[in-house]
Design a protein around this ligand. Structure first.
Ligand code: NDP
Length: 480
């Protein structure tokens, strides 16, 4: 496997190297990855511009074949690549394998989308003129992706970018380069113009910023934190198209008429899946007072029963958090919660395991208010905060009382409440009797408020971001 960037059709080493260590076992060095230099990023941008002009005019079957082959290889190799992903990111093996398989599905889905690029025609308001309206690629797309879904997030951006005729410069998170390189090796083997797809390894503050400032980039799709998202929005100064998927503070409302076991299972899955490191995680659990005590008792029992351990060990349900820095931040949030007056019912401490890793016991806070910082800031941690409410109306108000707006959920047996919630929750995705996390690949994904900016990702809606509309007027009569 390569340990470098893929630029203009070649694997090229850069200057310094960064070590990639397994968060389940820091003695396990996954690899050392060389960082692309500014001149190499520039080469990638120039190659991308040239290749995009070729790709734009290629027959759709070439695109279909490339995307289908990438998707099928990812699905076929999901066990092997999923293990690599879990080794460097720390999610349990089954989640790593599932993520790679899902990434493959994004490619096979967008392979089919290449054949659905059908425009419109219109009559003119003037005589003897016809109008043709079509979508064209936006050009060179920079993709800046995070570590928490290192392959899936990149796939749901790279697949539509290529399907709709664009070139790609991909900057993955520097903490998960191994998955990125393995993924790029699959793309490299396809029949694509040299330079159409580029992988640039390096930090966000260096390479990411260079991409944001470059006038050769036509569009940027980013997933990550709100503060970085704000700096990326500055690319609009160059009139670069920007799509931002950022954090959230998702809430699950548990109503007095709920199926309690279902509510607990939705909460455990949504709050602690992927060690809580999901933008769709249910970090706020808003619970009706009538079921509060019973819900909390079962929730705490479930949180304590989780097997936390090495991501690749049989039976592990929760892996380590991704890094020492993330663990430090999580433990600080636990201290903050206590200092704000929340009651820590379980977990919240660092765990020792046979290997040295960043293990943390899933934490449940009760007696929290929606005004506390632990309920307002994205923690990205295995920490769930219970907020007690007295009515459905109070629950809905609390769900919407946040700067974010990615997902929300309700657990109820009432159809009218579920319908009211679905229509009044101010989030991009709403779940009824389901965890707040867990979405499909063929429908739009995104949020409101500080969670998202720009057109939606995924499904057919991705076309909006990765294309631009052209309206052509054609005189249908012979020139005089
Ligand atoms: P960041 O937002 O810092 O990183 C996301 C991506 O942006 C990475 O590829 C990063 O590169 C890159 N980046 C960082 N700085 C810049 C910059 N100035 N210009 C361009 N690109 C940049 O998230 P972190 O990984 O540091 O995670 C911090 C917090 O962000 C988490 O605790 C969580 O709250 C949130 N987050 C949310 C995600 C979501 O899905 N909603 C995903 C990931 C994080 P590099 O890492 O290589 O420096």
């Amino acid at each position: 496997m390569q340990n470098s960037s893929f630029i203009a059709g070649d694997w090229v080493s850069g200057g310094s190297e960064v070590e990639n260590r397994n968060p389940s076992d820091v003695s396990d060095l996954v690899g050392s990855y060389s960082q692309a230099g500014a001149n190499q990023v520039e080469t990638a941008l120039e190659a991308a511009c040239a290749a995009q002009a070729i790709w734009q005019n290629s027959g759709l079957e070439q695109r279909y074949n490339a995307l289908m082959a990438i998707g099928q290889e990812m699905m076929t190799r999901s066990a092997e690549l999923g293990e690599l992903l879990s080794r460097e990111e720390g999610k349990p093996r089954a989640e790593g394998v599932g993520e790679v398989y899902r990434a493959g599905q994004f490619f096979t889905y967008y392979a089919a989308e290449t054949l659905r690029q059908i425009g419109d025609t219109a009559d003119s308001v003037r005589d003897n003129i016809e109008i043709d309206i079509r979508r064209e690629p936006v050009g060179v797309v920079a993709i800046i992706s995070p570590w928490n879904f290192p392959i899936a997030t990149a796939s749901w951006k790279i697949a539509p970018a290529l399907a709709f005729g664009n070139a790609v410069i991909w900057k993955p998170a520097n903490i998960t380069p191994a998955s990125a390189v393995a993924f790029a090796e699959i793309i490299e083997r396809q029949n694509l113009p040299k330079g159409l797809f580029n992988l640039v390894l390096g930090s966000g503050s260096a390479i990411g910023r260079q991409l944001v400032e470059s006038t050769k980039v036509d569009a940027i799709s980013f997933t990550g934190s709100v503060p970085v998202g704000k700096t990326i929005a500055a690319a609009a100064q160059n009139f670069t198209k920007v799509q931002l998927e950022m954090g959230s503070k998702n809430a699950l409302a548990v109503m007095d008429d709920c199926d309690l076991d279902l509510a607990v299972s939705c909460a455990l899955n949504g709050a602690f899946g992927s060690t809580g490191q999901k933008c769709t995680a249910s970090s706020r659990l808003i619970v009706h007072e009538a079921v509060h005590d019973a819900f909390v008792e079962k929730l705490v029992a479930g949180a304590k029963a989780f097997k936390v351990g090495h991501a690749l060990e049989e039976g592990t349900q929760i892996g380590p958090v991704v890094s020492a820095q993330q663990l430090k931040g999580n433990l600080e949030y636990v201290d903050l919660g206590k200092s704000e007056g929340a009651e820590l019912l379980c977990g919240g401490d660092r765990l020792d395991r046979p290997t040295e890793g960043y293990f943390m016991a899933p934490a449940v806070f009760s007696n929290t208010s929606n005004a506390m910082r632990i309920n307002r800031e994205e923690m990205f941690a295995p920490i769930a905060c219970v907020i007690k409410v007295g009515s459905y109306e109070e629950a809905l108000h609390c769900v919407n009382d946040t700067a974010f707006g990615l997902t929300s959920g309700i657990v109820t047996r009432s159809l009218s409440r579920a319908t009211h919630f679905r229509r009044n929750a101010r989030t991009g995705c709403v779940m009824v009797n389901l965890p707040t996390a867990g979405t499909d690949y063929h429908v739009p994904f995104g949020g409101r408020g500080d969670s998202s900016y720009g057109p939606r990702e995924q499904g057919g809606y991705a076309r909006e971001f990765y294309t631009t509309v052209k309206t052509a007027y054609i005189a249908s009569g012979d020139p005089a």
